[in-house]
Design a protein around this ligand. Structure first.
Ligand SMILES: [Zn+2]
Length: 205
């Protein structure tokens, strides 16, 4: 929900939308082109808004946030892996270990989102929880929140488990010492991804 208003999402999407408006030869007023009222007042969009508000209530505790359980998974996995290795962690650090850590961490969340989505399409048990999403008749950035709480919960659970496990692997690879540039590399890669993958995924643009 927070991301809907986050400048990291809103500003790049606006820049791209204005670019598309110019590219198409300015067919309309710029505001009318980006926010057509027949889409934003469409009954389908009103369902999106109701579901978004309902989800806001369901997830208000933060208990189902992606990454909520990740630290617990990391601690348990780290414990298990260091025990298996006889309590030995590597003392080596270096550029390639940092690059490997960043390359492992960056796609993990997206990998979980992909599999959650794929499994909801491919299994009879899960499909009813996802069917509401592609039933949208028009798309606006709010449509991304048109989801059943079970769909979002399973996704959050998968992200928590896999990112938690990946963090343990990264800590092992880096001998417990994460250099700040590794964190910046992952954040930078993720924000670049968000730049092109923000609000416009669900929109007429
Ligand atoms: Zn789908």
């Amino acid at each position: 929900m927070k991301f809907l208003l986050s400048p990291v999402h809103v500003l790049p999407s606006l820049v791209i939308a204005i670019g598309v408006w110019v590219w198409r030869g300015k067919p309309d007023g710029v505001l009318r082109f980006i926010f057509p009222k027949e889409l934003y007042l469409h009954p389908s969009t009103l369902v999106d808004i109701k579901l978004a508000l309902f989800n806001l209530l369901v997830f208000a505790t933060g208990l189902f946030d992606a990454l909520f359980f990740a630290p617990f998974v990391t601690i348990a996995a780290l414990d298990m892996m260091t025990n298996l290795a006889g309590g030995q962690m590597t003392d080596e650090t270096g550029l390639w270990r940092g690059v490997l850590a960043a390359a492992l961490l960056f796609p993990t969340q997206d990998f979980c989102r992909f599999w959650n989505h794929y499994l909801h399409h491919e299994t009879r048990v899960l499909w009813p929880f996802h069917a509401v999403h592609p039933s949208a008749e028009v798309m606006t950035p709010i449509t991304v929140l048109r989801a059943h709480p079970a769909y979002s919960s399973l996704q959050a659970f998968l992200i928590s488990a896999l990112v938690g496990l990946m963090q343990a692997i990264v800590l092992i690879v880096l001998g417990g010492r994460i250099e700040p540039w590794v964190v910046y590399a992952v954040a930078g890669a993720f924000n670049t991804y968000v730049f092109f993958n923000g609000h416009l995924r669900h929109s007429h643009i």
